[in-house]
Design a protein around this ligand. Structure first.
Ligand code: PEP
Ligand code: MG
Length: 588
């Protein structure tokens, strides 16, 4: 039966494919194997399982030798349950099925079967049996850990499968040659990062807001995605046919042939539109009245630089360096590793400038996907520059690495989440200190312009101080909206109140642009607003001449720029600024 699940649109486009559900564990590799590798992958799971069985039997043996005091009865009963689960024929048969028939790699096959069995546990009447789900997850986790020691001989493919499924794929049940879309309750930014090189053609999550960092990474992958789809992961079953409409924020489950045909058509239209836009790649971004507009890229990893160049970016306006710090079990990259990464980004941009933002860890960007922040209000807590200043040695390591990378090209350094003059002074003096350390060591470094993000209302209201200390400003509208309106950007339940066009937000953005320009200091917007074509005219009218966004958005924004007349937009933008309900003015 066809039904639709509504969420928030995050990344454009249509994906049609089969659902892959994730049960908790998403931190495993997902790739296809060759038919010739099936036996080896099954052996890997079997070896992992046998090793865990062996370990448990040894434990049981030890327990039998103990008295009842040291070895409580519950422990032995629990081991029995775990052993039984490990030997469950459904688990084994299911894993074999996913490897043999779908050519999933071993870890993916195990977690997929785990999800299918978990669902059966969820549906059980008996509370005791229902609770055994946690045991199942534990034993699967142990097997996965053992398997880590025996890496797959298969090299994962580099790029996701995308595009329109061929007609014969739609007819063939169980074929491996169809796009796959990932459905999960939640995905952390670190999880999303590992999916950058994965097989998935689209994403849907139950939770998350439009500018949550998970959504931002999905957008940077330029594949259709919907977040905040509430109970999607409960309503969809493994392998269901689904359509993700990333423009409308809808997922259609089990679509009828008519709906499939309609979306197939839409998908082809979108491909045509992409083709049309790609012709603008070498066209300079100049408005009708001759204003030159700088279109920059936001990247998460040095490896994103080629996509930025391909999209026609004239530099990187925001390199979110924190993604290099994530998913490493707390082992942060040292100076050399960071330097090499920044250098790769600089060289990847082929002489164009790269703005490296110092780490913005915290809130919805935890260091590790499994480590949840137990502070009451993490978005208001130890985040970004606060986190860096709390650990000066760690911060200095990053500052030195950035300064060294500046030997290889034009580098700007951007500091996130500043609010206080004392934080500014501390930061500036640590940058000086980092230079002095490199001087002492006799290590070469290059000149960097120092910039601040304006993403807290307090910063936007004290611009004079910021403009005194910094060479340039970059407006982080994602957080500026969050903190101005007191709306958690990652919480789908208040997403309807997250409003880039609220008059208070527009006023702060407008003042930041105007005051920076009055002092001749460069200013750009690097929040999601910059890549939203519905905002381009307004931002141009407010005087903005530098936009930084996901590479995938650059050509669409350029198209708006080419059609704009900033003189006329300037007058109109003032009326929008003064309106009670600016959103209405954008509709006309
Ligand atoms: C912002 O807040 O607008 C921004 C660009 O930074 P981030 O999204 O990484 O918080
Ligand atoms: Mg921010």
């Amino acid at each position: 039966m066809t039904f639709a699940i509504h969420g928030l649109p995050v990344a454009r486009g249509i994906a049609i494919g089969r659902a892959v559900l994730m049960a908790g564990r998403v931190d495993v590799a997902h790739y296809f194997i060759e038919p010739a590798q099936v036996a080896a992958e099954i052996d890997r799971v079997r070896a992992g399982r046998d090793a865990v069985i062996e370990e448990m039997r040894r434990l049981q043996h030890t327990i039998t030798g103990m008295g009842p005091k040291e070895a409580p009865h519950e422990l032995s009963a629990l081991l029995d349950v775990h052993l039984m689960l490990l030997q469950d024929p459904d688990l084994i048969a299911g894993v074999k099925h996913w490897i043999t028939d779908r050519l999933y790699n071993a870890e993916w096959a195990l977690t997929t079967q785990l999800e299918a069995i978990s669902r059966q546990f969820d549906e059980m009447e008996d509370e005791y049996l229902r609770e055994r789900k946690a045991d199942l997850e534990q034993v699967a986790g142990r097997v996965l850990r053992f398997m880590k020691g025996v890496p797959s001989p298969v090299v994962p493919p580099p790029a996701p499968r995308r595009g329109v499924p061929r007609q014969q794929d739609l007819l063939l049940d169980g074929t491996v040659d169809v796009p796959l879309v990932l459905i999960a309750h939640d995905l952390s930014p670190a999880d999303m990062l590992q999916f950058k090189q994965s097989v998935f053609a689209g994403f849907v999550t139950d939770v998350g807001g439009k500018t949550s960092h998970t959504a931002i990474v999905a957008r940077s992958m330029d594949i259709p995605a919907v977040v905040g789809a509430r109970s999607a992961s409960q309503l969809v079953r493994q392998d269901d046919w689904v359509i993700i409409d990333g423009d409308a924020g809808v997922m259609i489950v089990d679509p009828s042939p008519i709906i499939l045909a309609e979306y197939g058509f839409k998908q082809r239209q979108a491909e045509l539109e992409r083709g049309r836009l790609s012709r603008l790649r070498h066209t300079p971004a100049v408005t009708l009245d001759g204003q030159k507009i700088e279109l920059l890229a936001n990247i998460e990893l040095p490896e994103d630089a080629p996509a930025a160049v391909d999209a026609g970016a004239v530099g990187v306006g925001l390199f979110r360096s924190e993604f290099m710090f994530m998913g490493r079990d707390g082992h942060l990259p040292d100076e050399e590793e960071q330097y090499q990464a920044y250098r790769r980004a600089v060289e990847g941009m082929q002489g164009m400038p790269v703005t490296i933002r110092t780490v913005d860890i915290g809130a919805d960007k935890p260091l590790d996907s499994r480590r949840t922040d137990d502070h009451l209000n993490p978005a208001l807590g130890l985040r970004a520059i606060r986190w860096s200043l709390a650990d000066p040695a760690m911060f200095l390591t990053q500052l030195r690495a950035i300064l060294r990378a500046a030997v290889h090209g034009k580098v700007n350094m951007l500091i996130p989440m500043l609010a206080h003059a004392s934080e500014i002074r501390q930061t500036v003096s640590l940058v000086d200190h980092a230079r002095a350390e490199l001087d002492n060591r006799g290590v070469a470094y290059g000149p960097v312009a120092l910039g601040a993000m304006i993403e807290i209302p307090a910063a936007a209201l004290t611009l004079r101080t910021f403009l005194k200390y910094f060479d340039f400003l970059s407006i982080g509208t994602n957080d500026l909206i969050q903190y101005t309106l007191a709306i958690d950007r990652a919480d789908e339940s208040v997403a309807h109140l997250y409003d880039p066009l609220h008059p208070a937000v527009l006023r702060l953005v407008a003042d930041t642009i105007a005051q920076s320009q009055a002092l001749g200091k460069p200013v750009s917007v690097c929040g999601e607003m910059a890549g939203d074509t519905a905002m381009t005219r307004l931002l141009l009218g407010l005087g903005l001449r530098s936009f930084s966004m996901h590479p995938a958005q650059i050509l669409a924004v350029k198209q708006e720029v080419l059609r704009a007349d900033t003189q006329r937009l300037k007058v109109w933008a003032q009326t929008v600024l003064d309106a009670e309900d600016p959103a209405r003015m954008l509709e006309t």
